[in-house]
Structures are given as structure tokens and as C-alpha cells.
Design a protein around this ligand. Structure first.
Ligand code: HEM
Ligand code: HEM
Length: 144
């Protein structure tokens, strides 16, 4: 169970990061081009939104079954160890915050009426969200 969820979280991470970067560039170009925000644009932004939600759900499950999540948070010395603090505390908190920002950007874009503002709501939120996520990824565990 743990290994499966761990691999799922690692695999969806690639998809979510790629989708966020792609939609960020796509929405930025959309805003600069001055064209109308269409239903197709919303659906493209929705792809990254859903991948982030899936990753959020998988991450929360992982947090409670992994020895590096909640279990480690309550262990002795975790706060003094930068690597342990990163996975048990900073990565989860920062990513929940990032996904909230991304979600608000997408939902706002649905409600706004001026096309440029709708594109901007997406590229700003996705851009900030992506940076926050990249900032607190346990890189050495993932790629090292
Ligand atoms: C812990 C897990 C999750 C939380 C806390 C969460 C939370 C939310 C919230 C707050 C909204 C916004 C509702 C609104 O005001 O419009 C939303 C919408 C949505 N979520 Fe999630 N979600 C989670 C997991 C998922 C998963 C696993 C999926 C897909 C497999 C998903 C797909 C969606 C979709 C499609 C929408 C609607 C998007 C739209 O309005 O166009 N979510 N979710
Ligand atoms: C878009 C959001 C997220 C991305 C891109 C992401 C990405 C990653 C990556 C790349 C790893 C390292 C995987 C590996 O070692 O192979 C990881 C580990 C982990 N993530 Fe996330 N994550 C996200 C959100 C979350 C959230 C919201 C939580 C918890 C609430 C969470 C909990 C964890 C935990 C506990 C680990 C360490 C698990 C272990 O190896 O046992 N993640 N994450």
C-alpha cells in the first residue's frame, strides 16, 4: 500500500508540474495576444487544476501512511533536521497553500468577465503556485 501510493505521488508530481508550467505559458500567451477567453481555455486550465487536486488527495493519504510524514513529525529531533522538517512539515504545508492559490485562480477565472483578467487570474495563480511547489520539493529524495 505504502509503496504504491508513494510511486503514485511521485508519478503524478511529473504530470502536475508539467501541466502547471504548460498552462502558465499558455495563459500568459493568451493574455498577451488579447484574444477572447473561451471554453477551451477553461478546460485546458482545468487539466492542471484536476492534477493538483489528485496530487493533494494522494499527498494527504501518503502523509498518514508514510514513515516520513505525520509519524516523523511527532518524532524526536525532526524540527532540528532540515531534511526531515522538509518532508514532514514544509512540503505538505507549502503545497496545500500552493494548491489553494491555484484553485482560487482557476475559480476566479471562471467568474470574471474580461478576457484579459481571466487569463491573468490563471497565469498569476499558476505561476506563484508552481514556484511555491518547486521551492519545497524534496529534490534529493525524488531525483537523487
Ligand atoms: C483532498 C482532496 C480535495 C480537496 C480538498 C478538493 C477541494 C476542492 C474545492 C475547494 C473545489 C472548488 C469548488 C468551487 O468552489 O468551485 C474543488 C473543485 C473541483 N475538484 Fe477538488 N478537491 C480534492 C480532490 C479532488 C480530486 C481527487 C479530483 C479529481 C479526480 C478533484 C476534482 C475537482 C474538480 C473537477 C472540481 C471542479 C472544477 C470546476 O469548478 O470547474 N478534486 N475541489
Ligand atoms: C502539487 C503538489 C505536490 C507535488 C508536486 C509533490 C511532489 C512530491 C515529490 C516529488 C516527492 C518525492 C517523491 C519521492 O521521493 O519519490 C514528494 C514526497 C512526499 N510528499 Fe508530496 N507533492 C505535492 C503535494 C503534497 C501534499 C499536499 C502532501 C501532504 C499533505 C504531500 C506529502 C508528501 C510526503 C509525506 C512525501 C514523502 C513520502 C515518502 O517518501 O514516504 N505532498 N512529494
Amino acid at each position: 500500500m505504502y509503496t504504491g501510493i508513494q510511486h503514485l505521488h511521485s508519478g503524478v508530481a511529473y504530470l502536475a508540474l508539467l501541466a502547471l508550467a504548460g498552462v502558465f505559458i499558455y495563459a500568459l500567451i493568451g493574455a498577451l495576444s488579447g484574444r477572447e477567453f473561451s471554453e477551451k481555455d477553461r478546460k485546458i486550465a482545468l487539466i492542471a487544476f484536476i492534477l493538483c487536486h489528485i496530487q493533494l488527495l494522494v499527498g494527504i493519504i501518503l502523509y498518514f501512511i508514510s514513515p516520513l510524514g505525520f509519524e516523523m513529525l511527532s518524532a524526536e529531533g525532526t524540527m532540528k533536521d532540515a531534511g526531515a522538517r522538509l518532508v514532514a512539515l514544509e512540503h505538505p504545508i507549502m503545497n496545500i497553500l500552493a494548491i489553494i492559490i491555484i484553485s482560487v485562480g482557476y475559480i476566479r477565472a471562471k467568474k470574471l468577465s474580461i478576457s484579459k483578467a481571466r487569463f491573468r487570474s490563471i497565469y498569476m495563480a499558476y505561476g506563484v503556485g508552481l514556484l511555491l511547489i518547486l521551492w519545497r520539493i524534496p529534490w534529493s529524495a525524488w531525483l537523487g
